[in-house]
Write a protein that binds this ligand. Sequence first.
Ligand SMILES: [Zn+2]
Length: 286
Amino acid sequence: MRILTLFCSLLTFCLATPAFGQRDQEWTRRFEPFRMLGNIYWVGSYDLSTYLITTPQGHILINTGVGDTAKQIAASVEKLGFRMADVKILTATHGHFDHVAGIAELKRMTKATVMVSEPEKALLESGGKSDFRFGNTASAQFAPVTVDRTFKDGEKISLGGTELTPHLHPGHTKGATSFTLEVRENNNTYRVIVANMASINPGVKVTGMPGYPTIGDDYAKTFLAQKDMKIDVWLASHASQFSMHDKYKPGDPYKPDRFVDAAGFLASVQRLEKAYLEQLAKERAK
Ligand SMILES: [Zn+2]
């Protein structure tokens, strides 16, 4: 909890102040890429998740870090023995700069199709300027990118035998998305979630924002949906959110069960929901 809170406030600190840079180092520190489970590989930095999902017909990248990490991501993909030219789809859990600022550069490198949820399209195409909270914060803006395709809640993304199902989990942003997929390994089928955890950035009012009047209802729906999800493996937008560095150290052997943590996911969703309900009560009491 403490770690989660620390990173949530870290995120906000970075997004909300022009003094972005110092804290950023922990986020973007180089981290050795590794195979997580089946066809899912970590190619992110120390804290900013980037998932490479490989298939015989090309690959998918979920999240692209801040702008400077694009080269690092590319180097990690190649180090694992895959080619950047084979990346066919670029997508993201949400359109804040720490997850999508590298997407324009990665699109240039790969010519991949950029796909996000319908409500997130404007955010990526405006380079963050249309964000209901950080739209006026210069340090939270990034290179805009043209979105080639959008998807709806539950509309499957298929590539080379892998099916990725997007789940719209709005609140943190209007089009925040979690993804699920099944991975078969050693006669087991693992239900994997790349979750967008519904944290609340300071300065956000859950009773309603001028640019996002339905934010409170969206958070409530997201918590309900996430508590109901049947998953085995929990991954998320930040390594800190699913305690990746407690579960894996560089050099550890490949172990498909390493990230199985349905209880951890549920507990985290419940903690975030509690924080939301407390904030809602406080705002209403004013
Ligand atoms: Zn965010």
